[in-house]
Ligand binder design. Structure first.
Ligand SMILES: N[C@@H](CCC(=O)N[C@@H](CS)C(=O)NCC(=O)O)C(=O)O
Length: 209
């Protein structure tokens, strides 16, 4: 198996943390997305979304979308009996609920803010500064909801570490590129972020970036 990725990209990092949680080591292939290597027809034949990361299996089958990759890796690894997507019906539902909130209301605005404020991809999309600033505001506006959740829970989806924590960590970590830090009125999030930063899987995934 090979993971096609761009070290440092938040969606690649979440798969890499997931791999570390599973204790799996696989081959990594770097794709220079800044230079547009993902925009070619050859790349899109393997990853229809035109984005990294994607996983290439030994028989040539390709899986894109980081959550699909994580689900696949966890299923085939057979390593964990406590799934990072939840084990009991209620746990699965709670993790899915919080993970979708994190993906739609935190990750998407954060990435839109990054793309439209930095203007990094003028070679492939129209940049709208106003949309970038609005997206940044939406990112900031959802953080108190997570702060509130962490007043009564250790982790985002409850008292168990899950894929929702991995995704949120990758976003908050990435937002530092835009100099957007967790402010002091979000003490629970700050503590959660510090705890996540010390997690062995997170340290190892970042050191192999
Ligand atoms: N929903 C996708 C998002 C993947 C994504 O946004 N990848 C970014 C890097 S984090 C990318 O490939 N950007 C290159 C581009 O937009 O051209 C996933 O979860 O894998």
């Amino acid at each position: 198996m090979k993971l096609h990725e761009y070290a440092g990209a938040p969606n690649a990092l979440r798969v890499n943390i997931f791999l570390e949680e599973l204790g799996l080591t696989i081959e990594h292939v770097q794709v220079d997305i800044r230079a547009g290597e993902n925009l070619t027809a050859k790349f899109k034949a393997k990853a229809p979304n035109g984005l990294i990361p994607y996983l290439e299996l030994d028989d040539g089958t390709c899986i894109s979308e980081s959550v699909a990759i994580c689900r696949y890796l966890e299923s085939v690894s057979g390593i964990r009996d406590d799934s990072l997507f939840g084990s009991t019906p209620l746990e699965v539902a709670r993790i899915e609920m919080w993970h979708r909130l994190v993906e739609f209301q935190v990750l998407v605005p954060a990435l839109q803010a990054f793309r439209n404020i930095s203007g990094i991809y003028t070679d492939r999309e129209n940049i709208n500064q106003e949309w970038g600033l609005e997206s940044k505001q939406r990112y900031l506006d959802i953080l108190p909801t997570l702060e509130q959740q962490l007043t009564t829970h250790f982790y985002i989806a409850g008292n168990k570490f899950s894929i929702a924590d991995i995704t949120l960590f990758c976003v908050v970590n990435f937002m530092r590129v835009l100099k957007i830090e967790l402010t002091d009125d979000l003490p629970n999030l700050q503590q959660w972020f510090a705890k996540m930063s010390q997690r062995p899987s997170v340290i190892r995934a970042q050191s192999t970036d």
